[in-house]
Structures are given as C-alpha cells and as structure tokens.
Design a protein around this ligand. Structure first.
Ligand code: 5GP
Ligand code: MG
Length: 177
C-alpha cells in the first residue's frame, strides 16, 4: 500500500484492543451488547472486537452486518444517496446495547442510513458508534463514541484501510483521491 502511513500493523492491533477495552469499561459484564459491522471492513473490525469482548465477558456477543453504499458524483457531494443492499441482523434488537462498527467516518451519511435500517428492526436500548478512523468533514450531527484515530484530512484526500482478513495486512494510509 502506498501513501502516508497513519497506523502500522502493530498500531492497528493496539488501537482495536484499546477500543475493545473502552467498550468493556462503559458497558460492564452482563450488558445486552450486540455488534453490527458495516461491510466490508467494518465487519472484519467488528469480528475482532467480538473475540476480545467474548473472551472478557465469557458470553456470546451477537454480530450482524449492514451493506450500505453511498452513491455520490464525487466524495464531497452533499446529495450522496445511501443505498442499503443487504441487512443481516440475526438477533432481536429490542433492548439491546448496539455498537455500530465502521472503518472510516466521514460525512455521517452512511451511519444515518445504518441507524434507519436498525430502527426498522425494533427498539434498541442504545446505539453507539465505533470507528477506526474519524477523518472529519461531517455533514450531519453524528459523532463516534469510540475513535481509533482522528485524522485531519482535506476533502480531496482519502484514508485507505487495509485489513489482514481481506488485504493480507493491517495498515492505514493517507492518499490523494
Ligand atoms: P460517510 O457516509 O461518513 O460520508 O462515509 C463513510 C463511509 O464511506 C464508510 O463506510 C467508509 O467506508 C466510506 N468512506 C468515506 N471516506 C472514506 C475514506 O477516506 N476511506 C475509506 N476507506 N472509506 C471512506
Ligand atoms: Mg466502510
């Protein structure tokens, strides 16, 4: 992967571990937690959290996924339309404490669409957001409760997230669009 390295493999590993411990600190044992990853890399990150949380709590944490794409002419378009392709939520969301997981948070439009999709399924007790990278430029009042790394980006930059499950290695790099 080319570009300016923001997180190396070991930093990605430590960051995900820290985020898992932040979740544990806020929720404590016995909380009705569930994870929902946003395809594709959010799902891989959610699987890693799941294994840390499960080994800590000693109980199963259900995992779902949402496949949402944003159609925008360019990445700065206010009118980008979220399209939900597939929703897999194999648990009852009622009264759950749900943690949405994504790799990068940008305008907030994907998360807004994700919330709408989840609320179609029922009434969670609470929904929180965990992201590996917050690159700024929000266009909606959406924030992440757990942030791996805040990165100041310009509109014409992008953050490339590589995960070992899909890309063979863990690394986060900053590139021109
Ligand atoms: P938003 O909806 O917040 O504008 O964008 C978030 C979604 O678009 C995320 O699911 C993410 O996959 C993708 N995205 C937006 N900007 C970036 C970026 O710089 N890098 C990566 N890897 N994904 C991005
Ligand atoms: Mg994503």
């Amino acid at each position: 992967p080319r570009g300016k390295v923001l997180l190396q493999a070991e930093e990605v590993r430590r960051t995900m571990e820290r985020l898992a411990y932040e979740v544990i600190e806020r929720h404590g044992e016995g909380a009705p937690l569930a994870l929902i990853g946003i395809q594709r890399r959010g799902v891989e990150l959610a699987k890693r959290l799941k294994s840390v949380l499960e080994s800590r709590f000693g109980s199963e944490i259900p995992l779902g996924s949402l496949d949402i794409n944003l159609y925008r002419d360019d990445w700065t378009n206010m009118d980008s339309q979220p399209q939900i392709h597939r929703t897999q939520i194999p648990f009852n969301v009622d009264d759950r404490e749900i943690i949405l997981v994504d790799d990068v948070l940008f305008t907030g439009r994907t998360i807004r669409a994700a919330l709408e999709a989840i609320l179609d399924y029922g009434r969670p007790k609470r929904v929180e957001l965990l992201v590996l990278v917050d690159r700024g430029h929000r266009e909606l009042p959406i924030h992440a409760d757990y942030v791996g790394k805040k990165v100041n980006t310009s509109q014409h930059e992008k953050v490339d997230v590589f995960v070992r499950e899909q890309d063979g290695e863990d690394v986060v790099v900053l590139n021109e669009q």
